[in-house]
Design a protein around this ligand. Structure first.
Ligand SMILES: [Zn+2]
Length: 93
């Protein structure tokens, strides 16, 4: 442990805050994409549905990346506990 444990003790970590907010943004984007997709089930053309499905897929990948980055930072930096870990693997939407 370097200066990291000090920052952890103080509960201030700029990078953690940044990673957390981008994780939250990615999560919001994914939730939105998924709810749009769900509303469109059986109501849109196949082409439109495929497009939405890709968008949701992409949003998931971003969320997955953001989450990993956040969790990795917390683990390596020791500046917090990531209790918000998503199950590995894609959820079914
Ligand atoms: Zn940190």
């Amino acid at each position: 442990m370097k200066a990291a444990s000090m920052a952890a003790g103080l509960g201030i970590c700029q990078e953690k805050a940044q990673l957390e907010s981008s994780y939250k943004r990615a999560k919001d984007a994914f939730d939105t994409a998924r709810s749009v997709l769900r509303k469109k089930v059986g109501k849109s053309s196949h082409a439109e549905f495929v497009k939405l499905e890709r968008a949701t897929d992409l949003a998931w990948d971003r969320l997955d990346d953001a989450m990993r980055e956040f969790a990795t930072h917390l683990r390596e930096h020791g500046c917090g506990v990531c209790q918000d870990i998503l199950p590995s693997g894609k959820p079914i939407w």
